[in-house]
Design a protein around this ligand. Structure first.
Ligand code: GLV
Ligand code: MG
Length: 317
């Protein structure tokens, strides 16, 4: 499983697009998923599945988190997607991404089927994780149950396009505020509810795509919105979106340095050498156990993103 690996950027790669399957190997994302669902026409589902299995077997995705998005559970393709992908390339897949997850029972069903397929292929039970897309009203209503239904679940992923359709939102522009809604953020409720459910059960929480590929400013606004709340990352659909999303979901260097300093200072001052104190001053700021926890969040994100601190702790100052 890849629970603590960074997922600032997750690249969506249509399984029917051979050029993108090839190109994805060289793009600087933390994660990617090879898609068999909505970016693939119903007419080429089987071909896309074969392409994805071939791409997995060929490898070359480095240390990225590699997922395959199967078709939704109520379609004629999902059972074969799961079976064939795991039977033929199960050792190359970190996670199965399940779209339109609506209930805990659905998640448990996928979990059990993966366990059977892992056993048949001689893989350790539990080696393949699950990512669950929450993208309709029923999924959101059940998100707490979904988040706690399986040890295999690594992340909850918001699906804004399907979600907007599911609740009849009066807009066609995915990720942007619907015209006429001037009082706040129309996405706050689903995002916050998913975030709280994910955090309650130790799962990563990922924001979905921003479909305006050319609108990089709009992407920035949407990414900042979920990053500020505490999301771990966001999907990207195009190479131009990658740097922006990586940047927004990484801590600022000064925040990372500061967080590392808080951790060192707190460890020192709470130790017997440092005086075994609980609340201490770091410069002008009072820090305590809660500050340590907040610092740990920033520092873990920075470390997972490969950041290096530029300052060091000196107990004399
Ligand atoms: C993604 O799957 C979405 O529906 O936004
Ligand atoms: Mg969707």
């Amino acid at each position: 499983m890849a629970v603590m690996r960074a997922r600032r950027t997750t690249l969506a790669v249509p399984g029917s697009n051979l050029r993108m399957l090839e190109k994805a190997r060289g793009l600087a994302t933390d994660a990617l998923f090879l898609d068999l669902e909505d970016s693939v026409s119903p007419l080429v589902k089987e071909q896309a599945r074969a392409n994805v299995i071939a791409a997995l077997c060929e490898g070359g995705f480095g240390d990225r988190v590699v997922s395959v998005r199967i078709n939704a559970m109520d379609t004629q393709w999902s059972a074969d997607d799961l079976t064939q992908v795991i039977e033929q390339a199960g050792d190359k897949v970190d996670c199965i991404l399940v779209p339109k997850m609506q209930t805990a029972a659905q998640l448990q069903q996928v979990d059990e089927r993966i366990a059977q397929l892992e056993a048949a292929r001689g893989l350790a039970i539990g080696s393949i994780g699950i990512e669950a897309q929450i993208e309709d009203a029923l999924g959101l209503v059940n998100v707490e149950h979904i988040a706690s239904a399986s040890e295999r679940l690594e992340s909850l992923v918001f699906g804004p396009a399907d979600f907007m359709a599911s609740i009849n939102m009066k807009s066609l522009v995915v990720g942007q505020q619907p015209a006429g809604y001037t009082e706040g953020d129309a996405y706050h409720y689903p995002l916050m509810r998913m975030l709280v459910a994910g955090r309650a059960f130790g799962k990563q929480v990922i924001d979905g795509p921003y479909l305006g590929i050319k609108d990089l400013e709009g992407l920035r606004v949407a990414a900042q919105r979920s990053a500020a709340l505490g999301f771990d990352g966001k999907w990207v659909l195009h190479p131009d979106q990658i740097d922006i999303v990586n940047e927004i979901f990484s801590p600022e260097q000064s925040d990372f340095d500061h967080a590392e300093l808080i951790l060192d200072a707190y460890e020192f001052h709470t130790s017997s050498t440092g005086g075994a104190r609980g609340a201490v001053m770091l410069g002008d700021e009072m820090i305590d156990e809660a500050s340590r926890k907040m610092a740990l969040v920033i520092s873990s994100k920075g470390r997972a993103a490969g950041m290096v601190r530029t300052t060091s702790f000196d107990p004399e100052h």
